[in-house]
Structures are given as structure tokens and as C-alpha cells.
Design a protein around this ligand. Structure first.
Ligand SMILES: [Zn+2]
Ligand SMILES: [Zn+2]
Length: 145
């Protein structure tokens, strides 16, 4: 697993509409393995991909680094269960944010009340870049997928 971005597949993201994401969205470019992770704030609500629920822990892990980097802290992935027993995974900076979310979403609960995954400690890496890719870089990245 890449110690910077927590994935062992360095071209797995973007998962959906990769070309559109690489062409139009700011990317976190992992300084260690080169993986691009969408870190774009949506223009309407200012939210990033990591603010939304993920259907598996593995997918949430692919975006955790953008949360860590944005908040400059080691965020956690929490397992959330809805009132039908369905699980999803959400990233929060800490238990305060989790509690706020649970207060606003009475139909959801978190059994463990602690992260199922977190880097534990926030760390910066020397070669990280956060920017849009150039057309040549996009071509290169897509050809290596
Ligand atoms: Zn994107
Ligand atoms: Zn990496």
C-alpha cells in the first residue's frame, strides 16, 4: 500500500468518467506513487468527493488522503448503518463531526463510534502536487491505466 495515499493501485482513480475528471478537476497528485485523486470543490456547495458516502471501505480509502490533506489532519473512515441495516462509509475529521452528522441524520448510526481506518497521524510528503493536469499528462495517465 502506498504510504502517502493508502492504495496499491496507482492508476485506479478517477473511478467514474475518468477523462472528464482529469480534464476538469483539480487533482491531488500523489508524490509517492503518482496516483491522481479528485480534490475539486464543487462550485455550488463547496463539497469535495470525500465529503460524500462511499459504498465500500476500499473506495473510501482511495479518497482519504484528499481529506487528510484538505484538513491537514489524519481523518477517519467511519462505518455508517442506515435504518435498513445497509452499510456505507464516510470520512470525518474526527468524532465531533461524526456526532454532528448523526445528530442531523437520525435514521443512521455508527456502531463502533471510532474509525475503521485512519492514517493515525498527519504527514506531508515532499513531492505532492495539487493542480490540474496538462493534456500530455492526461494522455500519459490514461494510457497507463
Ligand atoms: Zn473529479
Ligand atoms: Zn500514492
Amino acid at each position: 500500500m502506498c504510504e502517502e495515499c493508502y492504495s496499491n493501485e496507482n492508476k485506479i482513480t478517477p473511478l467514474l468518467n475518468p477523462l472528464d475528471c482529469l480534464e476538469n478537476h483539480t487533482q491531488y497528485i500523489c508524490g509517492t506513487c503518482g496516483r491522481c485523486i479528485c480534490i475539486e470543490h464543487d462550485p455550488n456547495r463547496g463539497l469535495q468527493r470525500w465529503n460524500f458516502p462511499f459504498k465500500s471501505l476500499e473506495i473510501a480509502k482511495l479518497y482519504l488522503r484528499t481529506a487528510d490533506y484538505t484538513t491537514k489532519s489524519a481523518c477517519g473512515i467511519y462505518e455508517i448503518e442506515n435504518n435498513k441495516g445497509r452499510l456505507s462509509y464516510k470520512i470525518f475529521p474526527g468524532n465531533d463531526e461524526l456526532n454532528l452528522f448523526l445528530k442531523k441524520n437520525k435514521d443512521k448510526k455508527c456502531r463502533q463510534m471510532m474509525p475503521v481506518f485512519s492514517a493515525g497521524k498527519y504527514k506531508e510528503y515532499p513531492h505532492t502536487e495539487v493542480r490540474k493536469l496538462t493534456p500530455d499528462e492526461i494522455k500519459q495517465y490514461m494510457s497507463e491505466r
